[in-house]
Design a protein around this ligand. Structure first.
Ligand code: NAD
Length: 497
């Protein structure tokens, strides 16, 4: 039987007493590589208690010491980069190059957390009244919780716990049960970097474990990334329990192709952004909107997609890997069938994809539809597979209206050589992350990851300054120091004198 994945509680790797297990499989072969325990309620309580106890010391740890922990951590992550990426590839099926990207985008957040001193600075105004100064300070919240999806097992945990812990909090992470081995290695390296016991705990499992964390009296803040249905449940339940919640959810990202764009750039960008990572990215381009004459490029986009070949993680010629599990593959195939049945034209069909040497992998080949209408499920729903849907419109205004009517607002991009068109698009589009001739505009950590509408529930986003606001309270101090004992008399108004 494959090895049971341990929990991490108070600095110790703990063998869970759970009897319910979820297998972790290699998506290219179905080989079971580990068993994930559904952590017991007592173990979840112990994890939260350990984080709560560690908070008492960590919250008063000097900011320089907190920053130095992150400096050591980012150095260790870089030192173990390739090993981590290999583990990540094996449990997700991502190509080695893509796994390295997943990790690297997380390391960038740890680098950013090294700046915690300047990021968490408050503000001061002298003489808000005569000889009275006002200043704000930021203080940590306590035990923060992170619930993460399967599709970025390095990057998304690293969006969360380094920023929360650098701010002075402690953390309980519940990674995806589908690929927990990468987050476990991240946690081991964090300990090796010198993280005191109790700063980071890891518990595993599904809904029951998440719900216990969501309703626990000692978890004031919840960060979630995953699907819309679960994100809505997390936001509702967490806020109902009066917690601070940020919930990043699903997406349907459109790329607008203007006829004045560089054709080669467009073709390469669409091919990479739509089927890269088998389309299992929340910022994947799943809809291409061809404006006017750019529709003539559709056959060439199709040909470029047809050349991208799925394959095993260590095949250097593979463009992407398998879907995460057989259910995801079935779901994607169902969408392809629905698209055909609804009358869309399937100009590239990856349903029957075979990868030599891997007969049991969850493969779906690049797939593309045209003549799609907005009432079809392939347009309305997040497919989360290597399926590109092409729509055709006559003007940029029509493209903007179409996208603003779509309920999702994670990412979008426009390809054009017109500054005026780009400026109009950037201003009018109701999507949180916009690329101008950049297909996957994931912001670097000096900014924040800013999904909108159905792609995000909450107020403060991930990493950057917004993460510091999310993971801290602001305290505002109004101070007067008396030089001599002057009798101002009794002041019964709220006017500062
Ligand atoms: P998911 O919603 O199935 O799972 C996410 C997490 O929630 C996992 O840890 C899982 O164990 C837990 N969970 C699952 N069902 C639950 C339930 N009923 N109650 C409580 N917790 C539950 O998502 P996934 O399939 O792992 O990830 C893919 C989804 O994540 C896609 O929709 C994708 O768009 C989205 N995503 C969004 C972003 C973003 O930044 N907006 C980033 C990455 C992924």
């Amino acid at each position: 039987m494959a090895q049971q994945v341990p929990l991490l509680i108070n600095g110790e790797l703990v063998h869970s007493a759970a009897t319910d297990m979820i297998p972790v499989t290699n998506p290219a072969t179905q080989e079971v590589i580990a068993q994930v325990p559904c952590t017991t309620a007592q173990e979840v309580d112990r994890a939260v208690a350990a984080a709560k106890a560690a908070f008492e010391t960590w919250k008063d740890t000097p900011v320089g010491d907190r920053a130095r922990l992150m400096l050591r951590y980012q150095a260790l992550l870089k030192e173990h980069h390739d090993d981590l990426a290999k583990t990540l590839s094996q449990e997700t099926g991502k190509t080695f190059e893509d796994a390295k990207g997943d990790l690297w985008r997380g390391i960038e957040v740890v680098e950013h957390a090294c700046n915690i001193a300047s990021l968490s600075m408050g503000e001061t105004v002298e003489n808000v009244a005569r000889k009275i100064d006002c200043y704000s300070i930021t203080q940590p919240l306590g035990v923060c919780v992170g619930i993460t999806p399967f599709n970025f097992p390095a990057m998304i945990p690293l969006w969360m716990f380094p920023m929360a812990i650098a701010c002075g909090n402690t953390f309980v992470l519940k990674p995806s049960e589908q690929d927990p081995l990468t987050p476990m290695r991240l946690a081991e390296l964090f300990k090796e970097a010198g993280a005191p016991d109790g700063l980071l705990q890891i518990v595993h499992g599904g809904k029951e474990v998440v719900d216990q964390l969501l309703t626990h009296k000692d978890t004031p803040a919840i960060s979630f990334v995953g699907s819309v249905a679960v994100g809505e449940h997390i936001y509702r339940t967490g806020t109902e329990h009066l917690k601070r919640v940020q919930a990043f959810a699903g997406a349907k990202n459109h790329m607008v192709v203007m006829p004045d764009a560089s054709k080669m750039q467009v073709i390469n960008a669409i091919a990479g952004a739509s089927v890269g990572a088998a389309g299992q990215r929340c910022m994947a381009i799943s809809v291409a909107v061809f404006v006017g004459e750019s529709r003539e490029w559709i056959p060439e986009v199709r040909d470029a997609l047809a050349k991208v070949r799925p394959g095993a993680w260590d095949d250097p010629n593979a463009g992407y890997g398998p879907l995460i599990n057989p259910q995801s593959k079935e779901r994607v195939l169902r969408f392809i069938q629905e698209g055909k049945a609804a009358g869309a034209e399937c100009i590239l069909d990856g349903s029957e994809c075979v990868v030599e040497g891997y007969p049991d992998g969850n493969w779906v080949g690049p797939t593309m539809f045209r003549n799609v209408t907005t009432d079809m499920s392939i347009y309305r729903e997040e497919i989360f597979g290597p399926v590109l849907v092409a729509l055709e419109v006559e003007s940029i205004e029509e493209a903007i209206e179409l996208i603003n009517e779509n309920p999702y607002g994670n990412g979008t991009s426009i390809f054009t050589s017109s500054g005026a068109a780009a400026r109009k698009y950037q201003h009018e589009i109701k999507v949180g992350q916009v690329g101008i001739n950049v297909p996957v505009p994931v912001p670097l950590p000096m900014f924040s990851f800013t999904g909108w509408r159905k792609s995000f529930y909450g107020d403060q986003h991930a990493y950057g300054k917004q993460a510091v606001r999310f993971y801290t309270e602001t305290k505002t101090v109004t101070a007067r120091w008396f030089e001599e004992d002057i009798d101002h008399g009794v002041n019964t108004s709220i006017h500062l004198k």
